[in-house]
Design a protein around this ligand. Sequence first.
Ligand code: 0PR
Length: 364
Amino acid sequence: MRQPEPEPQSFDRVLSSMCTEPHPDASAAAERFLATNPGDPATYESVAELEARAVEGLARLADHPAPADAAGYVTSGGTEANIQAVRSARNRHRGSEGGRDAAAVNVVAPESAHFSFTKAAALLDVELRTVPLDDGYRADTDAVAAAVDDTTALVVGVAGSTEYGRVDPIPELAAIADEAGARLHVDAAWGGFVLPFTDRDWSFADAPVDTLTIDPHKFGQAPVPSGGLLAREDAALDALAVDTPYLETRSQATLTGTRSGAGVAGAVAAMDALWPDGYREAAERAADNADWLAEGLADRGYDVVEPELPLVAADVPEPTFAALRDAGWKVSRTGAGELRVVCMPHVTRSTLRAFLDDLDRIRR
Ligand code: 0PR
């Protein structure tokens, strides 16, 4: 007998996800390219062209000094991009992929770095040196400076941290990396599509960022799987390339072989539809919603971590959290146990009103 088809998760009560409903143009484009493989660009030429457009679009978002010359590719997500950034820096530090002195390479990252860096370090046999945060949940630059040495291949900065939405002091981290002879990777997997519309005293154009993670399938409103790895120089990708003897293209710098053409086409269609006005509007709406929710939670007596990028954390007791989950709210917690609400584009003001109404009902 045929099983009933499960329905996909509705976004109505999803406050925990860093993904969102794709833009309709992006879904349509993804569907058209379902059977293509950007991993074989000599066979699937049109999706290869689209991938070049995706990289240029991401580079423009990231304020790359010359978007058309940016190196990069569309990954399966932030995890792959982060793994590849670590691998590239490791290989460049050692001089090659096979390289000498494997044990001596390390990566210095703030405690807020996503767990994908733990995977990268384990896979690549590099030491991950995690350093504490400052009082504002950002990388403590003194601690980073103390942790680097001449075996440091990479310093990681996070621009939009998973737990608190914080942006690390990127120019300071760049200076520390530079002085240590290390490279700088910025993980803007989630924050990358919001950062262009926030007040900052730095941009990727003036901080020497070597590699950057920026995921269309998060705030970019593209379908899963669509992540992004950008590099300032071709050499960063060259350090990842392996020979591909039987393909018409001679080498491949990606981690996976067959890749999602849907993810590539979806990313391009989303950026065509939304850059810059649609993304600006989404970012501003999300920021207003985060501020509004933070205020609402503070008014109710909770300890709230002021949002920087649109993510709100608040010290809500465990039984209340459990009751919210029971009421159907998809909410999650920080490592320290705070309620965490990610104000993605699908999270509207009326959703948040209903959420606070339920919270009030639970508190009574
Ligand atoms: N870097 C940062 C800053 C991230 O927040 C994440 C994912 C990654 C890298 C890894 O990205 P991929 O998951 O694309 O490999 N952050 C969320 C997390 O791990 C991802 C997420 C997305 C979680 C949707 C839940 C969800 O429903 O919590």
